[in-house]
Design a protein around this ligand. Structure first.
Ligand code: ZN
Length: 107
């Protein structure tokens, strides 16, 4: 939901602190939808990702999940560290929110 704001507002109208605020809100929501979190709450039968290579955590989705490799390559052709994806510049955070939207794990 908050990710849509990035597409509705001209990029030069968004301050850095507002981008960090929106990105953190979207990331919190994204995290709560993942199986690893839902499983801890007893709301999912498994913590594992549908790709069956590990728990469905934010790091897994952003860095290694084979189901999202194409979107990952589209967004970070040169690769990116988890640090850059989560705590990087305004442009990095916009890229991360775009990637989250591309995963279709709707937030
Ligand atoms: Zn996976």
């Amino acid at each position: 939901m908050t990710g849509m704001l990035f597409t509705l507002l001209p990029q030069n109208c968004i301050s850095n602190s507002y981008v960090h605020f929106l990105a953190s809100r979207q990331f919190e929501t994204f995290t709560t939808l993942l199986r690893a979190h839902m499983h801890r709450l007893g709301l999912s039968h498994t913590p594992n990702c549908p790709c069956e290579t590990g728990p469905q955590t934010p790091e897994h989705i952003l860095q290694t999940c084979p189901l999202h490799q194409e979107a990952r390559t589209d967004h970070w052709p040169q690769g990116a560290t988890l640090q850059e994806q989560l705590w990087g510049t305004k442009d990095s955070l916009i890229l991360t929110t775009s990637f989250i939207q591309a995963t279709k794990l709707e937030v």
